[in-house]
Design a protein around this ligand. Structure first.
Ligand code: FES
Ligand code: FES
Length: 219
């Protein structure tokens, strides 16, 4: 019953002219847009009032790194790893450390931070500020190789060479700590570096030869 009355009432309602209905719709849309604009402006103002340190987290930061004895200034996001910064943001790039697993498992990205081997894929560039960063390039050059680099060439300690800069930085740091290691100790020192080509015997042979040449030149 009530349904039929409602439908009669409905019929009695003056019809809204389509133009008026359209204008109502436009008015509502404009009001919504005005509210959205206001909220946007307020959010922007609130962000500007934040301390500079908080604001900078949403963009890039200027980082000054000491790479192989040189000051290198670079703009990176705070989340950028040291490996990514060295390889992709510095100009010229430092490509000795290699990107392989990007997860701290293979050692191809090993660099020295204040003399200690670290996986640069696990270190943020901002955390390397104020530290000495040494890559394979900083240990020697093709014209003037360090003992480990020379021994790798002499003992043919590489195949594809992707793992080589990581092994060279690790072994160079280790020989400073232990200049006269045994084979077992060298193997232990290299346990964080993987060689997918399986060149381990020659790598270890090169490490022992480098140790020998260093100790004999010191005598
Ligand atoms: S790339 Fe960093 S440990 Fe593999
Ligand atoms: S030489 Fe190819 S991964 Fe080691």
């Amino acid at each position: 019953m009530s349904n039929s009355r409602d439908s009669k009432d409905e019929k009695k309602k003056p019809r809204d002219p389509s133009r008026r209905r359209f204008l109502k719709g436009v008015g509502l849309a404009s009001a919504t847009a005005a509210v959205a604009d206001k909220l946007w402006v307020e959010a922007e103002a609130a962000e500007k009032q934040q301390p500079a340190t908080k604001r900078s987290l949403s963009g890039t930061v200027t980082v000054v790194l000491n790479v192989n004895g040189q000051k290198r200034t670079v703009q990176v996001e705070p989340r950028t790893t040291l490996l990514n910064t060295l390889r992709n943001h510095l100009e010229p790039q430092v490509t000795g450390p290699k990107l392989v697993c990007d997860a701290g498992t293979c050692g191809a990205c090993t660099v020295l931070l204040d003399g200690k081997p670290v996986y640069s894929c696990l270190v943020l560039a901002v955390d390397a500020i104020g530290k000495q960063i040494t890559t394979a390039e900083g240990l020697g050059s093709p014209e003037s190789m360090n003992a480990v680099q020379s021994a790798f060439v002499e003992k043919d300690g590489l195949m594809c060479g992707f793992c080589t800069p990581g092994f060279i930085t690790t072994i160079s740091a280790y020989l400073k700590k232990n200049p006269n290691p045994s084979l077992t100790e060298v193997r232990e020192a290299c346990k964080g570096n993987f060689c997918r080509c399986g060149t381990y015997p020659r790598i270890f042979e090169a490490a022992l030869a480098a140790a020998k040449s260093e100790t004999s030149s010191a005598d």
